[in-house]
Write a protein that binds this ligand. Structure first.
Ligand code: UD1
Length: 323
């Protein structure tokens, strides 16, 4: 997933930290031209190979010391409509990557998601909160996590970091790389950006009758560069051979949809017309992390503010996003 939203930010940070990344992507919903922007930011050409993580022969030929796996599809609605595609792409390719890790003695960083907590029983979410899945996308993340735990039990020498992402937003401060959703965005921030830019007429706010301070859904938005620095911290931890480790990557702060819209307008001096509509099926009222385990064990915490997130997302919309 090296040419995707998180992958491109990861490449930039790996180069900055002195690593020599190899970018692998099947280009399913991204374009290799983003590597020109990556080169412009970090002054280095990243070797690129077009391959699918589920392609055993290709992975066999490629496998190096570490494998960062961002290659999952991530649209919940699409996963409900095409469950087999999700199980094939996300689950099957994870099995291939795990086999390669064992064979080559490589460590793995797995991109999991707060979706594995299902409907929160308590907040903030700690890593020991019970796990469940409410859609095929979430189920692939949960199955992969469970599989990783089985593999780690059977192979104590295997070092693996499971990172549970909350809601990544924002873009690199250069405005050269960011999220490029295909078609109508599902996620809040790209939709807000496109509405402010006049590409969408208005934002639909999915429900204002939740049990939250202003009635709209509360999430833990995290700036993508903070999320990436969490991966670097996890990579460094893996060098100490810790076995299987699991961490939330969130800020610990909950922000409602309307708070986000109003912050976006105030910081960027633009208007985001919106309308309250019915709740979106499957949404929970509130979801935010307890990020203290990552701080204690990885020495990592998010440092960017909500203002940084809305500013950088807007700059990317103006400079780089395909409109
Ligand atoms: C969604 C997925 C989650 C996945 C993540 C990946 C669902 C139910 N969850 O998280 O499993 O890991 O994306 O990035 O799809 N909202 C609006 N109007 C919009 C879009 C969103 O009001 O047009 C609201 C939502 O109701 C929610 C908040 O904004 O309260 C955030 O939504 P979104 O960005 O889609 O993220 P999640 O639903 O948290």
């Amino acid at each position: 997933g090296g040419t995707g939203y998180l992958g491109t930010h990861m490449l930039v940070e790996l180069v900055k930290q002195g690593y020599e990344p190899l970018c692998v992507d099947n280009l399913h919903n991204s374009n290799p031209s983003v590597l020109l922007a990556v080169k412009e930011i970090c002054g280095k050409e990243i070797p690129f190979i077009k391959a699918d993580a589920g392609d055993v022969a290709a992975m066999r030929a490629l496998f190096a010391e570490y494998q960062i796996h961002f290659a999952g599809h991530k649209a919940v609605g699409e996963s409900v409509a095409h469950p087999l595609m999700y199980y094939r792409n996300n689950y099957d390719s994870a099995l291939t990557i795990l086999e390669m890790c064992l064979k080559h003695g490589s460590a793995l960083v797995f991109s999991s998601s707060a979706t594995v907590y299902g409907v929160p029983h308590f907040l903030p979410l700690t890593e020991d909160h019970p796990l469940s899945a409410v859609n095929p996308y979430g189920r692939t993340k949960l199955y992969i996590e469970e599989t990783i735990r089985d593999v780690a039990l059977a192979h104590p020498e295997f070092n693996v970091s499971i990172l549970r992402y909350f809601n990544p937003v924002g873009a690199h401060e250069s405005g050269l790389i960011g999220e490029n959703p295909n078609g109508i965005p599902n996620n809040l921030m790209p939709f807000v950006c496109q509405t402010a830019a006049g590409i969408r007429k208005e934002l639909q706010v999915f429900g204002d009758d939740y049990d939250t301070p202003d009635g709209t859904g509360v999430r833990d938005y995290i700036h993508v560069t903070d999320l990436i620095s969490g991966h670097i911290a996890a990579l460094k931890k893996l060098e100490t051979k810790p076995g299987c480790i699991i961490h939330n990557l969130g800020t610990g702060n909950g922000t409602s949809v309307l708070e986000m819209v109003h912050r976006f307008e105030a910081v960027n001096g633009v208007s985001v017309p919106y309308r309250i509509v019915a709740r979106r099926p499957g949404d929970v009222a509130s979801c935010y992390a307890d990020p203290s385990k990552a701080f204690e064990e990885l020495g990592w915490k998010a440092v960017k503010t909500l203002d940084d997130m809305v500013r950088d997302s807007w700059m990317w919309q103006l400079k780089g996003a395909k409109n």
